[in-house]
Design a protein around this ligand. Structure first.
Ligand SMILES: Nc1ncnc2c1ncn2[C@@H]1O[C@H](COP(=O)(O)OP(=O)(O)OP(=O)(O)O)[C@@H](O)[C@H]1O
Ligand SMILES: [Mg+2]
Length: 235
């Protein structure tokens, strides 16, 4: 059955995808390609020589599905402490949709991004501890990722408002030709360390930007608290 999304309102959007609450399950989301920025548009934007690659190479949903399926095999269940679960594809009237765990706080609200958390609540002791736990686990599990951008990490809170989990929802996988798992352990470790160091830098940059009174931009501010009635944003 084709899911009707055209008349639904996405709860958020990124540069590439629209994110909807799954019409049949409020604990799942479904992500489709943005109709106003197609795979063809994305490939064109990349320029030569990348524009010679097949369209499938630009498809975030396809890559995310493959990467999360591989993580489910190795390291297995533990990966989902910090990565959203993936439930495969469903057909929608906006094209193939990837169904994923919708990260919600214990009060039912959709969790905010780490960027929004830092912006509105600062780098609280609770948040520092959550980042430390995340880094230790990410290091242990050696999860391949691109840059760990703060709008691609969600901050999930428990019923007392404490952070229970940081969850990466985008940017997983390794852009290299040699599969990440085939690299020597020392190189894998070095790559993971670089991504974590880079994430810490982004945290400092975001805090500095806020301190300078600058605008955070739309990216990753969609589900931000204090919440507004408009939920659209760039992710
Ligand atoms: N599983 C999820 N649970 C809760 N919120 C989510 C989830 N996935 C995405 N979001 C929200 O939607 C926004 C956009 O999602 P996502 O990063 O997947 O889109 P994208 O177009 O691939 O992003 P990018 O611009 O980084 O390429 C996120 O920043 C986040 O606020
Ligand atoms: Mg994103």
């Amino acid at each position: 059955m084709t899911l009707a999304l055209t008349n639904e309102r996405p709860f958020a959007q990124g540069g590439n995808r629209l994110c909807f609450v799954h019409p049949d399950d409020h604990n799942r989301c479904i992500k489709v390609r943005r109709p106003d920025f197609t795979l063809e548009d994305l490939r064109r934007k990349k320029g030569f020589p990348k524009n010679l690659l097949p369209l499938s190479r630009f498809d975030d949903n396809r890559e995310e599905f493959e990467v999360i399926s591989a993580l489910a095999r190795h390291p297995g269940e533990v990966a989902f402490e910090h990565v959203s679960r993936c439930f495969g594809f469903e057909q929608t009237d906006l094209g193939a949709g990837l169904v994923l765990e919708l990260v919600r706080d214990a009060d039912g609200e959709i969790s905010q991004t780490l960027k929004a958390h830092l912006w509105f609540e600062g780098y609280t002791a609770d948040c520092r501890a959550a980042v430390e736990r995340f880094c230790a686990r990410w290091r242990d599990l050696q999860i391949p990722s691109r840059d760990l951008l703060l709008h691609n990490i969600l901050v999930q809170k428990d019923s007392s408002g404490q952070i229970s989990r940081l969850v990466v929802i985008d940017g997983l996988g390794s852009p290299n030709i040699i599969p990440f798992r085939c690299l020597p352990a020392s190189l894998r470790q070095a790559k993971v360390e670089r991504k974590l160091a880079n994430m810490q830098e982004r945290i400092e940059q975001t805090l500095a930007k806020k301190a300078r009174g600058e605008n955070p931009g739309n990216h990753g501010m969609a589900t931000a608290r204090p919440r507004s009635t408009t939920t659209q944003s760039q992710g």
